[in-house]
Design a protein around this ligand. Sequence first.
Ligand SMILES: C[S@@+](CC[C@H](N)C(=O)[O-])C[C@H]1O[C@@H](n2cnc3c(N)ncnc32)[C@H](O)[C@@H]1O
Ligand SMILES: [Zn+2]
Length: 319
Amino acid sequence: MIPSGILERLRCPECGRPVETADTGDGITCPVGHHHRQSNGYLDCSSPATSEGSTERTFASFGFEWNHFDDVRDEDEEFAEVYFRDLDLDDLEGKVGLDAGCGKGRYSRFLARHLGALVALDGSSAVEAAARNLSGNPAVLVVKSDLRAAPFAPESFDFIASLGVLHHLDDPRAGFEGLMGYLAPGGQVLVYLYSRPSSPGLRALALRVAAALRTVTVRLPHRVLKAFSAPIAIGLYLGVVLPGQYGERWRVDSLAGLPMAAYRGKPARSLVLDTFDRLSAPVEHRYVWTELAPWFDEAGLVVDAARDETGWFVLAHRP
Ligand SMILES: C[S@@+](CC[C@H](N)C(=O)[O-])C[C@H]1O[C@@H](n2cnc3c(N)ncnc32)[C@H](O)[C@@H]1O
Ligand SMILES: [Zn+2]
């Protein structure tokens, strides 16, 4: 079933025409007869992956990641507090939202509690995990599609979230601009994008080490990398996260200033997932604010909040 309020926003991925629920009840059809199936909990609007650019490798990496780390965990709720801190959740009531690049659907699940209806979209087989995690929520539609060729009418959504996604595209800004075409006037957008320190220091050094490691790890078979991620994460947890945590508690500034503060008080398993994520995704871009601000200005958006907590959380609206 396509949730009410969403069908009229869908467009045929092949010809762009409005669609109807298929007579067979298993997806959508357009007036020309193009049919897109809804099965295993998601609507498949994907086209065969092109081998051009990084898309195929990116989808393979995240498809593996989210189907192997597929459970929504307690710490995801705690991370949600960080992600959605700037947003007035009461404002979302009754609105229609899009989570572009939903992964296993951990934040879609959170957002769905506050929105009237939600499309959780991902280009990879992560939609299988998202469909499992979002099943039983009649106001959510899981869609498999590249966000750069998404099956929606312009200005369809009152709220768009894209969390940890655009920095994995070959051209993140073009992806952002395309996505903003789906934002309705008065609508809000929340993005999370990797940041880069603007001055030298421990974090800059750590990122250089990670970049050097990535030249090898992005080429490893995913199973091998998953096996390596656990010991690396445990080393980081014991060597960086715990000393930082105790430094904060005992007010030892030199330790409290260590990086990876987001993992303090969280289970080590959250770092295993993120270690795999950082070392596996074939493409990553990182930004300082002066590079990002024009994205919003030139798309006609007003920035309501922008903070860097190991990544940029930017909340903006279209006047
Ligand atoms: C780091 S994950 C973030 C998932 C989720 N937002 C979260 O924070 O848990 C990035 C997700 O973006 C998806 N993605 C990357 N490029 C995409 C594209 N061009 N179209 C649709 N999804 C894409 C990946 O498949 C992956 O699931
Ligand atoms: Zn069509």
